[in-house]
Design a protein around this ligand. Structure first.
Ligand code: UGA
Length: 448
């Protein structure tokens, strides 16, 4: 099939390469000049595992504008929908894409909206500028750091829209629905991917429901972790055991200083805004969002309490999780922002970053963990980079002024830390005896 993909972000680029890999002819439109230059040179602009190897695939071209859009049987819209200040997604890039499709695409083309959009967006486009095309909601569920794996071996493909377009969508994905076509190295069981067809509104809401459920699961795990620390239990053992129940599932149960990224925070706020629009009080979701804010704030207060006025913090990790260069709504940056507001100085290290990300609070970025922690009163681990689990802790303790280690990801072994002379507190574990329970995590005080 002849396919055009609008947008070369995580969703658009992996869709482009996967569809070309299974035999479609794909034109990918990207308007951001530096990304387009890289793609034309077949360089990976995202740093996603496995993406570089796929970029050599044939049957794909990268352009600033598809002058042959009329030939496209399928047009995939994968542009950004960033949050507006009121929590609603900004759909202006979707509307721009729809205008261009309406002027240049053939009648009867299938337009698949893969961007995360408010419920009702596809129906609105179908009744408006795209009335000559078929508009289908087709949300994407890939994780950053596993984008290629998740695109070739999705848990499910969800799509919804006019029934007449269903065979086109099935034909588009037939090569992916049969996992035997995936490149080697992709986990391939089970053999068939569930294909779920529903209304566009249901498909749109499925995306928000999935991300909101994951966020709620994470906040719940973090509440158990805080309680475990107070009650003298080990949250990692507890949640590991709880997750073995298939009704609960093992994923997204690692406790942390909070959840972030380009999707969960934005999508939970958008779902909250949708609920408000319908005068519906989505209590569980509001609690999950509030818990996350509180988790990061409590962590910051605990660190500030240890560091003392004007103290210096060695912050290890800035990306929102390991395996990505992305720092959007990173809990690490949320922590740094709070620490700076508490008048502490932050000196950071992240294995993937050579300069502070845009929007970061005032901080110094170092080239290694030891430089970041030199003269630090407290070291705080905020991203679960595997390299942090093997740090020479004796050396780290030696360069520091203080002896407190806060592990917000559970990556540093407590016994190793204590043998190296640290007082240790890791999320979900009781602190080293004599170390205060982190301020705010224990008390039933007002949150925020
Ligand atoms: C998330 C969803 O997991 C994907 O299914 C979805 O497609 C994607 O958003 C999207 O909407 O595009 P991603 O943003 O890559 O994927 O992030 P996650 O892997 O879900 O992690 C989110 C946050 O939770 C991170 O800060 C991570 O460190 C944290 N986390 C995750 C934990 O604290 N503990 C865990 O056990 C798992």
């Amino acid at each position: 099939m002849r396919v055009t993909v609008i947008g070369a972000g995580y969703v658009g680029l992996t869709s482009t390469l996967a569809l070309a890999h299974v035999g479609h002819d794909v034109v990918c439109v990207e308007t951001e000049p530096s990304r387009l230059v890289k793609l034309k040179r077949r360089e990976d602009p995202l740093g996603e595992p496995g993406l570089g190897a796929l970029l050599s695939v044939e049957r794909v071209s990268f352009v600033v504008r598809d002058s042959h859009l009329k030939e496209a049987e399928v047009i995939i819209v994968a542009v950004g929908t960033p949050a507006l200040p009121n929590g609603h997604p900004d759909t202006s890039q979707i509307d721009d894409a729809a205008r261009s499709i309406s002027s240049h695409a053939s009648a009867g083309a299938a337009v698949l909206v893969r961007s995360t959009v408010p419920v009702g967006t596809c129906d609105r486009l179908q009744a408006g500028s795209l009335r000559r095309q078929f508009v289908i909601s087709n949300p994407e569920f890939l994780r950053e750091g596993r984008a290629v794996q998740d695109t070739f071996a999705p848990d499910r493909i969800v799509a919804g829209g006019p029934e007449a377009a269903r065979p086109t969508v099935v034909a588009l994905y037939s090569g992916i629905l049969d996992r035997r076509n995936a490149p080697s190295g992709i986990v391939s069981a089970p053999a068939e991917v569930p294909f779920l067809w529903m209304t566009a509104r249901s498909a749109e809401l499925t995306k928000y429901a999935a991300n909101a459920f994951l966020a709620t699961k994470l906040s719940f795990a973090n509440e158990i972790a805080n309680l475990a620390a107070l009650a003298g239990a080990d949250a990692h053992a507890v949640l590991g055991a709880v997750g073995l129940d298939p009704r609960i599932g093992r994923g997204h149960l690692s406790p942390s200083l909070g959840w972030g990224g380009g999707c969960l925070p934005k999508d939970t706020r958008a779902l909250q805004a949708l609920a408000a629009e319908h005068s519906y009080d989505f209590r569980v979701l509001s609690a999950a969002i509030e818990q996350n804010e509180h988790q990061i704030t409590a962590f910051a207060h605990a660190i500030a309490g240890e560091a003392g006025a004007g103290g210096r913090i060695g912050l290890l990790g800035l990306t929102f999780k390991a395996g990505t260069v992305d720092t959007r709504e990173s809990p690490a940056l949320g922590l740094a922002r709070r620490l700076v507001a508490l008048r502490l100085s932050v000196v950071a290290y992240d294995p993937m970053l050579s300069e502070p990300p845009s929007g970061a609070p005032e901080m110094t970025l170092c080239a290694d963990a030891f430089s970041a922690c030199t003269d630090a009163d407290v070291v705080a681990v905020a991203t679960e980079w595997p390299v942090f689990s093997t740090l020479d802790l004796v050396r780290l303790r030696g360069v520091m002024r203080g002896d407190a280690l806060f592990d917000g990801r559970g990556v540093i072994d407590r016994d190793r830390a204590e043998s190296a002379g640290f007082r240790y507190w890791g999320v979900g574990l009781a602190p080293t005896p004599g170390m205060p329970v982190p301020v705010g995590l224990g008390a039933a005080e007002s949150r925020g």
